[in-house]
Design a binder for this molecule. Structure first.
Ligand code: BG6
Length: 490
């Protein structure tokens, strides 16, 4: 059926993610009839709250983040709470009893979703206890939904994975990368595999380079403690950026099922050329924001943000060139860049096609611009195709024209859309848009080579870009070396 039943146990139920994304997403699913009355949410966190207080916090989050309150009391009555000590067995035993009661009361058939939306240092401990104290011992399905960061590098990720695998099989682990829940990220494969116009051109004979940009205007906010140890490389590249690259680079899957799609993505990640220390310096650059102005407001530099070392070596910007060693992509660079405190909030993919063999229009004043396919991920969603056509009037002058489906969705950017899809998928048992362990492992190995170099060399030019700018100059030089430039993210 398409209306799954489940007990959803949220660890970290008093946290930001639960309030901003998870509760509103569940409410929307409920409103759409994608959750029947046969569901219960069991919120778990350290803080002691009464049931009334917890349900009130759920109602507040819905009103604040969805602007709606239709059926809200009924919805919130499905929420329960337990103040919990993640290291204490007796606390889990209580949790199990409550879970069993809810199961019976709502007819949940023993289906359980354990959602870890809290500090990653407890992921392993919680996994151990869920098994040890009998919570995974259930008649229905059991699934673990787990937020990033999945480890800090390959080794810690592997350790965490081995530990979780004591309690859950690979099929039961749903590793969240919320970019995979974005409508236009899901659209990449449709654009590629449902269009006769693109599929035959999607290779090194016709594509000159691919650029993936994710820029943010936000700074590090209150997350200095986490971000100091993470930086943009671990925070954005290891997961979101490499996932988009994998979707762009992968071979067509034999079928559109979870296993086939994920194994093609794994193959794409396996073809990423590993880098030596020298190559890291040649192919990757980093930046850190200084104070500056964004939308008319002056903002501080990274080094003066709360919980940040005044001499921090942490990068808030990364640009890099990825080389994919396979028949399809040999010779085609994939450029990626991402950073905080840039001039605009935008995620976009630009596919630049090669020049045609001979330019018949070279002596007009317009230079021929290459054909581009732009995939707008956010805030606009859609695609734009940049072509050349004849300028109106006499003569044979050319002018660039655009075919576009892109539209600015009414501030989709911060809505729980992606989470809504991912939550629904995890309840239906569709893991396609979650990352398989093999993808996580390969991404970490790739990124580890870069951090190994960066952590051992103090970047003396930091801070090297002003807040509100387009990022550091070194990012432009990276493409200039290859005779390319970044297409603007307007
Ligand atoms: C998260 C990072 O994974 O993605 C954040 O931890 C970042 O630092 C966020 O701001 C960006 O997501 P989005 O959906 O706003 O592009």
């Amino acid at each position: 059926t398409n209306t799954p039943t489940a007990l959803i146990m949220i660890f970290g139920a008093t946290g930001d993610l639960a309030h901003r994304k998870l509760f509103p997403s569940l409410y929307r699913l409920y409103k759409k009839g994608r959750l029947t009355d046969r569901f219960a949410v069991l919120g778990v966190a350290r803080r002691s709250l009464t049931l009334e207080e917890f349900q009130e916090s759920v109602r507040k989050s819905i009103v604040e983040f969805t602007g709606e309150q239709d059926g809200l009391d009924e919805f919130a009555s499905h929420f329960y709470y337990q103040s919990h000590d993640v290291t204490d067995s007796s606390s889990y035993i209580q949790l199990r009893e409550l879970a069993n009661k809810l199961d019976e009361h709502y007819g949940l058939e023993g289906n359980r979703l354990f959602y870890l939306a809290m500090a990653p240092e407890f992921f392993g401990t919680i996994g151990d206890h869920l098994k040890l104290d009998g919570l995974t011992d259930t008649a229905g399905y059991k699934r673990l939904v787990i937020e990033k960061p999945f480890g800090h590098d390959f080794e810690s990720a592997q350790e965490l994975n081995n530990r979780l695998r004591q309690a859950f099989s690979e099929e039961e682990i749903y590793r969240i990368d919320h970019y995979l829940g974005k409508a236009m990220v899901q659209n990449i494969q449709v654009i590629r595999f449902a269009n006769a116009l693109f599929e035959p051109l999607w290779n090194n004979r016709y594509i000159s380079n691919i650029q993936v940009t994710s820029s943010e205007t936000l700074g590090v906010e209150e997350r200095g403690r986490y971000y100091e140890k993470s930086g943009a490389l671990r925070d954005m590249v290891q997961n979101h950026m490499l996932q988009m690259v994998a979707l762009l680079a992968m071979e067509p899957p034999i079928k559109l099922n979870t296993e086939e799609i994920r194994s093609e993505k794994v193959r794409a990640l396996r073809s990423l050329r590993p880098m030596s220390q020298d190559e890291v310096n040649q192919y990757f650059v980093r930046g850190q924001y200084d104070e500056g102005t964004i939308n008319g407001e002056s903002v501080p530099g990274y080094r003066t943000e709360p919980m940040v070392d005044p001499e921090s070596n942490t990068e808030t910007y990364v640009a890099g060139k990825l080389v994919i060693d396979n028949f399809r992509w040999a010779g085609v660079p994939f450029y990626i860049r991402t950073g905080k405190r840039l001039g605009s909030k935008s995620t976009k993919i630009v596919v630049q096609f090669k020049d045609i063999p001979m330019n018949l229009y070279y002596n007009t004043d317009e230079k021929l611009t290459p054909n581009l396919l732009v995939i707008h991920i956010q805030p606009e969603e859609g695609v734009t195709l940049h072509l050349n056509a004849k300028k109106s009037g006499s003569g044979m002058k050319t002018t660039p024209v655009r075919l576009s489906t892109a539209s600015k969705s009414i501030d989709r950017m911060n809505t729980p859309e992606a989470y809504e899809k991912l939550l629904y998928d995890s309840m239906r048992g569709d893991a396609t848009n979650f990352t398989h362990w093999d993808e996580v492992a390969l991404s970490w190995k790739f990124v580890d080579a870069i951090s190994a170099v960066w952590e051992n060399t103090k970047e003396t030019t930091f801070p090297n870009y002003a807040a509100g700018s387009d990022g550091p100059q070194v990012a432009d030089q990276l493409l200039e070396k290859d005779g390319f430039e970044w297409w603007p993210v307007e």
